[in-house]
Design a protein around this ligand. Structure first.
Ligand SMILES: Nc1ncnc2c1ncn2[C@@H]1O[C@H](COP(=O)(O)OP(=O)(O)OP(=O)(O)O)[C@@H](O)[C@H]1O
Ligand SMILES: [Mg+2]
Length: 238
């Protein structure tokens, strides 16, 4: 099972948006996916509550209030961390996470807050880089030609790759209101364009085992709903 967490103490950087989109992407690829929401705000659980019945199945786990129980055959566990995490809360959340993705929006204020968070994560909390791969994603980018030199220099010094640059786009907002992802907005051209920048992020997670990239999924959704075996695996230490 792959474990992927979106985390940044800076609020509003796109953790929940990226977590829901990634979960839906893998579900569309016919993978068995669980989405654990560690935030009391419950944005991912809210998103799942409006997700259409016929959409590819994602198991939702309100992890802020309950221990995690997963179907034994889960292939991807996507985790959404709350904003404003510090101290021991970081240690508890990061334990057992293989891939930690830090979304950052391109404003100087957000860069500074993210830099402080990364410092705490790596230097103070000493998250083990041998167990947890860490990467950044630039999110809500308007001008893709703009380079984020200060951020890139900072990440470079710490050996953290900037693995994707995702656009600021209404398709994320539209999809989110429908309980869908940008990979599921059929025939929506903007959503199609927004899918492209996800490729390097998916490659970073999956390497050679990259699941197929979905293009405006016009597929029959039956056959995707096969995660009903609640033969449970307890991960109470997360
Ligand atoms: N790429 C994007 N394009 C447009 N809007 C986006 C994008 N990413 C996120 N948003 C919007 O930005 C807002 C904040 O995103 P989100 O809730 O995912 O952030 P968060 O990091 O989970 O916040 P919090 O720290 O409060 O949990 C939301 O309204 C979301 O719809
Ligand atoms: Mg959130």
């Amino acid at each position: 099972m792959k474990t992927i967490m979106f985390m940044n103490a800076k609020g509003g950087s796109g953790k929940s948006t990226l977590a829901t989109n990634l979960a839906a992407y893998y579900a569309l690829c016919n993978c068995k996916v669980a989405l654990a929401d560690f935030d009391m705000q419950g944005s991912c659980m809210d998103w799942l509550s409006v997700r259409p019945q016929e959409s590819p199945k994602i198991i939702g786990i309100p992890a802020a209030t309950r221990s995690i129980k997963l179907p034994r055959d889960t292939e991807y566990l996507i985790m959404d961390a709350p904003g404003a995490v510090h101290g021991r809360a970081i240690d508890r959340l990061v334990r057992r996470v293989e891939h930690l993705i830090i979304p950052v929006t391109p404003s100087p204020v957000d860069f500074r807050a993210t830099a402080r968070f990364i410092q705490e994560l790596l230097l103070v909390r000493q998250v083990s880089r041998s167990k947890t791969r860490v990467a950044c994603v630039a999110n809500r980018v308007r001008d893709v030609s703009h380079s984020y030199e200060a951020l890139e220099r900072f990440l470079d010094r710490l050996g953290i790759p900037l693995i994707a640059t995702l656009h600021d786009s209404d398709s994320y907002i539209k999809a989110s209101g429908l309980g869908l992802s940008i990979f599921e907005l059929k025939g929506d051209r903007q959503a199609g364009r927004d899918q492209q920048p996800w490729h390097p992020l998916l490659r970073w997670i999956d390497g050679e085992r990259l699941p197929p990239v979905i293009k405006n999924a016009n597929r029959d959704m039956d056959g995707f709903r096969n995660i009903d075996r609640l033969d449970e695996l307890e991960l109470s230490t997360i």
